[in-house]
Ligand binder design. Structure first.
Ligand code: LRH
Ligand code: MN
Length: 430
């Protein structure tokens, strides 16, 4: 039974808020005009901002200790897309959906594609999974997958990635993301140089089968599930491999895949400069790969990352076209609320980064005036652009206040009644 959140409900709620929004918007417009900034130009940028939602993000996430499933858990890729459709309907910036195989392997590709398109959604990036063993899988990934010492295991993992791309091609996807947990838990367990050679050999086999027009994203991570060494552990190794593979291979930056206090915005600037920034898995974290909601813990870091992205965008760097995706684990919130809120936080950081007076900033950098340089960034970060974000949603048929409309809709209660709780309550991220 399909659930929906009607446009009438959104329009009715917007009606009650529009006057206040218009006041706030006009007032912000006056303030920005004094800074020679056109509020309408920024609203157009906010309206054009897009970020893909992970299919695995609409289920309740967990940790190795426990997972506490919420009401109305999606039980199939169709129910996942139903929930992704609600996010898109309310915030209007998330038509793209990243899929994960085998979690989202469809019985019928045409049926799934039509279901997505009927909700204004499209399949963005495909994600392979050789970090878990599937039922009946001949060879185990316990000691690795694409870098396993046994060529038969590597072959099995390569075949899985080729299958993912075949499914993606028929679904209209445009990229393939490879993250593997391969590595070791003990010194001496894995030969650092040979394992990287095996990684490259396997990725070459995947790259050779990359559909025309597609991009291949390599996702690095310093640890987990391996806790002593990980084969594709950092951005430098990822960059080296992307360069070795070819023009359509790029590095993907998952914000949580960096040691605490890493200057991630500088890594982003490096990959931009080296022409190998493929995209992002946005989330937030304090300690490890916490997969918390983007902008919920370190909103200034998120702003500084978008400051680098907007600087490159305005610099019209050739080939600069990063794919923005969320990759979060919602352990204690309603996943739909978290995904909506995170999509808004990304648009906020993007619009604020467009408030930076880059001519003034570079003159402060040239004259070595750190205080005025920081002031330039902080002035942008401290500007409340909420009226611009809400106006962009409103004009695109979305909700001025997505959370209020969603909660008033009882969508979660409705799907909870229709989707009996899944039997499985085991631990694990999804
Ligand atoms: C690994 C990761 C990767 C996904 C998985 C769900 O930590 O970030 O992007 O495949 O989470
Ligand atoms: Mn990720």
């Amino acid at each position: 039974m399909a659930f929906d959140l009607t446009s009438d409900r959104i329009a009715a709620d917007n009606e009650r808020r529009l006057d206040f929004l218009q006041d706030d918007y006009d007032h912000l417009g006056l303030q920005l005009a004094r800074r020679h900034i056109d509020v309408e130009a920024l609203t157009a940028r906010a309206a054009a901002f897009r970020v893909a939602v992970p299919s695995w993000g609409v289920g309740t996430g967990g940790t190795r200790f426990a997972r506490f499933p919420g009401p109305g858990e999606p039980r199939s890729v169709f129910e996942k897309l139903e929930d992704c459709g609600v996010v898109f309907k309310l915030v209007r910036s998330t038509p793209g959906i990243s899929l994960h195989i085998p979690w989202d392997r469809p019985e019928s590709i045409p049926v799934l594609r039509a279901f997505a398109e009927s909700r204004g959604l499209f399949i963005d990036s495909m994600n392979s999974n050789t970090f878990q063993d599937q039922e009946g899988q001949p060879l185990s990934y316990k000691f690795g997958s694409l870098t396993h010492t046994d060529p038969a295991v590597r072959r099995q993992a390569i075949e899985h990635n080729l299958e993912c791309m075949r499914i993606g091609l028929d679904l209209g996807a445009r990229s393939h993301t490879v993250w593997i947990g391969d590595g070791g838990n003990f010194p001496g367990q894995v030969h650092f140089r040979e394992s990287l050679e095996r990684y490259l050999e396997s990725l070459r086999a995947i790259y050779q089968n990359l559909p025309a027009g597609w991009r291949l994203f390599l996702e690095h991570k310093p640890y987990e599930p391996a806790f002593y060494s990980t084969v594709l552990n950092d951005w430098g190794t990822s960059y080296y491999c992307a360069r070795e593979l070819g023009d359509r291979a790029f590095s993907l930056v998952d914000l949580g895949h960096h040691a605490p206090n890493t200057n991630v915005e500088q890594i982003v600037a490096r990959l931009i400069q080296l022409g190998k920034l493929g995209g992002f898995h946005f989330n937030d974290s304090s300690f490890g790969d916490d997969d918390l909601d983007a902008g919920s813990v370190k909103p200034f870091q998120l702003f500084l990352i978008f400051n680098e992205l907007v600087d490159a965008e305005l610099g019209q760097l050739p080939g600069f076209d990063p794919a923005y995706m969320l990759d979060q684990s919602h352990n204690v919130t309603d996943p739909i609320e978290s995904l909506m809120t995170s999509a808004v936080e990304l648009a906020r950081a993007y619009v604020q980064a467009h408030l930076v007076d880059r001519r003034a900033l570079s003159s402060h950098q040239a004259s070595n005036d750190p205080m005025m340089a920081l002031h330039e960034l902080k002035q942008a970060f401290n500007t409340d652009v909420a009226p611009i974000l809400a106006m962009a949603r409103y004009r695109a048929g979305g909700a001025i206040d997505p959370l209020a409309v969603y909660r008033a809709s009882d969508y979660r209660q409705q799907v909870a009644r229709a989707r009996p709780p899944a039997a499985r309550t085991s631990a694990g991220i999804v």
